[in-house]
Design a protein around this ligand. Structure first.
Ligand SMILES: Nc1ncnc2c1ncn2[C@@H]1O[C@H](COP(=O)(O)OP(=O)(O)O)[C@@H](O)[C@H]1O
Ligand SMILES: [Mg+2]
Length: 161
């Protein structure tokens, strides 16, 4: 898989400049799209993932982390109780999952804000639960399941002005 991932890094996909829409037909394809997205990210970028349980947010994040340079030696899986996993790579990747978030105040209490706009890339599952705490500038990714294996994935760069 590593070779395919590297090859895809040169693919031209300017997700930061314009809205794009994709369809994937397997978890592997979603991961590969994640790699192509991850390749284009830079320090301070925030990726806001939105989609139901089982949509493929974690699957896409696995690719994003690889694309951003996180090595195969690091397992990328949803943080369960602590809400955040850190992966060391070319650029640090902070994988935040707000599925278990009880209240907005917890984001502040856990210090999650410090990761946003920091030196790393933040990938946030259930980002719609952050409300006003989501940075204005972010890359929104909406994943919708169309059938068992088909996912519609919309990538929208959102900016304050
Ligand atoms: N095209 C696809 N892309 C991503 N996941 C898919 C796809 N087709 C089927 N799946 C399955 O959907 C599930 C997605 O799980 P996961 O990434 O953990 O979702 P989420 O993090 O959004 O809850 C996995 O069981 C995966 O095998
Ligand atoms: Mg998940």
């Amino acid at each position: 898989m590593a070779q395919t991932l590297k090859a895809n890094c040169s693919a031209d996909l300017s997700i930061k400049n314009k809205k794009s829409a994709f369809k994937t037909h397997s978890p592997e394809e979603t991961q590969e799209l994640g790699v192509r997205i991850g390749c284009q990210l830079s320090p301070g970028d925030v990726v806001a993932l939105i989609g139901d349980l089982g949509a493929g947010k974690t699957c896409l994040t696995q690719g994003i982390a690889r694309g951003a340079g996180v090595g195969e030696d690091q397992t990328v899986n949803s943080p369960s109780y602590i809400l955040i996993n850190e992966y060391a790579g070319k650029i640090p990747v902070y994988h935040i999952d707000l599925y278990r978030l009880q209240q907005l105040e917890d984001i502040v209490a856990l210090g999650l804000e410090e990761y946003l706009g920091g030196d790393g890339i933040c990938v946030i599952e259930w980002a719609d639960r952050m409300g006003r705490l989501l940075p204005e500038n972010h890359i929104q990714v909406k994943i919708t399941g169309e059938d068992e294996f088909t996912r519609a994935i919309e990538v929208v760069p959102v900016s304050a002005n």
